[in-house]
Design a protein around this ligand. Structure first.
Ligand code: GLN
Length: 298
């Protein structure tokens, strides 16, 4: 019996692209799904379109394409996603890393570089993050914590999440990138399980407001609501985080939190109330939308 999707890799990818017309890049997605299934790079799929599919692979491919057509996000089917140039293991228990979240990593690293410049005048350490501790609150896949640990070899991190399945995913990612020895994983709500004070608090908390939920693309609704919904105005987790941070953030420390594009003014007000003496600002993402709340302590 001929496989439903054709006899060769090329025919199968062409068939899949036709099914995936409702996605942004049908041909690319078709090739990526096939490469995931075969366990080979996409370039191999492209280079050998004449390779014959086995019936088992064809049947599995039809199932992958069916899942994607039903609206399941591509990273959940493929089991991985890129963030900050690194490859992360992803399951439906975690939020899919977004490119705009890289701003949290970039800002953290810039701040650590500044600290290094200052400390160099007094001491000799040239290792980024040396002597500093950071907390990643609501770590999810661990993408922020792992990206920071790989770029700042001296930094010690606490990766915290309320979801134990998410924490397991973040541990797999830390192992994958060889930084598990510098990350302590803690199960709990916001900063409550944190055993020590830190110099840096970084977080992509849930921030979708209740009335925004129905407006979200259906693919986003496949992601964990625990990682997305932030109460009536979306700001409940940030509000609590700011209140808890006073007791955990060391003098001269930095707090960075991702926010929704319409939460700039409100989050700034919350930050100023929680940290009256601090320098508070809101940073835009690459498309110019308010995206990160920055609180710098004196
Ligand atoms: N940026 C996410 C979205 O696309 C929301 C992520 C979050 O709540 N932390 O909806």
């Amino acid at each position: 019996m001929l496989p439903l999707c054709g006899e060769t890799w090329g025919e199968a990818a062409q068939w899949a692209a036709a099914q995936l017309q409702n996605t942004d890049c049908p041909r690319l997605e078709a090739e990526l799904l096939l490469s995931t299934l075969l366990g080979v790079p996409r370039t191999t799929v492209l280079a050998h379109p004449e390779t014959v599919l086995s019936e088992a692979v064809a049947a599995a491919y039809v199932e992958y394409v069916r899942r994607r057509c039903s609206g399941e996000p591509l990273p959940y089917i493929r089991g991985h996603a890129e963030f900050f140039g690194l490859n992360f293991f992803i399951t439906p228990d975690v939020l899919i890393p977004r490119p705009e979240t890289e701003l949290l990593v970039e800002e953290s690293l810039a701040w650590m570089r500044e600290r290094l410049e200052v400390s160099r005048r007094g001491t000799s350490s040239s290792v980024l993050g040396a002597g500093l501790r950071a907390a990643d609150v609501g770590t999810g896949s661990g993408c922020i914590a792992v990206a920071l640990a790989t770029s700042a070899p001296g930094l010690h991190l606490y990766a915290i999440d309320l979801s134990s399945p998410a924490l397991w995913v973040s541990q797999v990612n830390a192992e994958r990138h060889g930084v598990a020895d510098r990350i302590t994983f803690l199960n709990g709500d916001l900063l409550t399980p944190l055993p020590a004070s830190v110099d840096l608090i970084v977080s992509n908390p849930p921030y979708v407001a209740e009335n925004e939920w129905s407006l979200l693309p259906s693919s986003v609704k496949r992601e964990p609501t625990l990682a997305l919904l932030g109460g009536p105005d979306g700001l409940n987790p940030l509000r609590d985080l700011l209140l808890q941070s006073g007791a955990h953030l060391r003098a001269g420390g930095l707090l960075l939190a991702e926010i929704g594009e319409r939460q700039g003014a409100a989050s700034l007000e919350l930050a100023r109330a929680a940290f009256p003496g601090a320098h508070c600002s809101v940073l835009p993402d690459l498309s110019g939308k308010d995206r990160v709340l920055k609180v710098r302590l004196e």
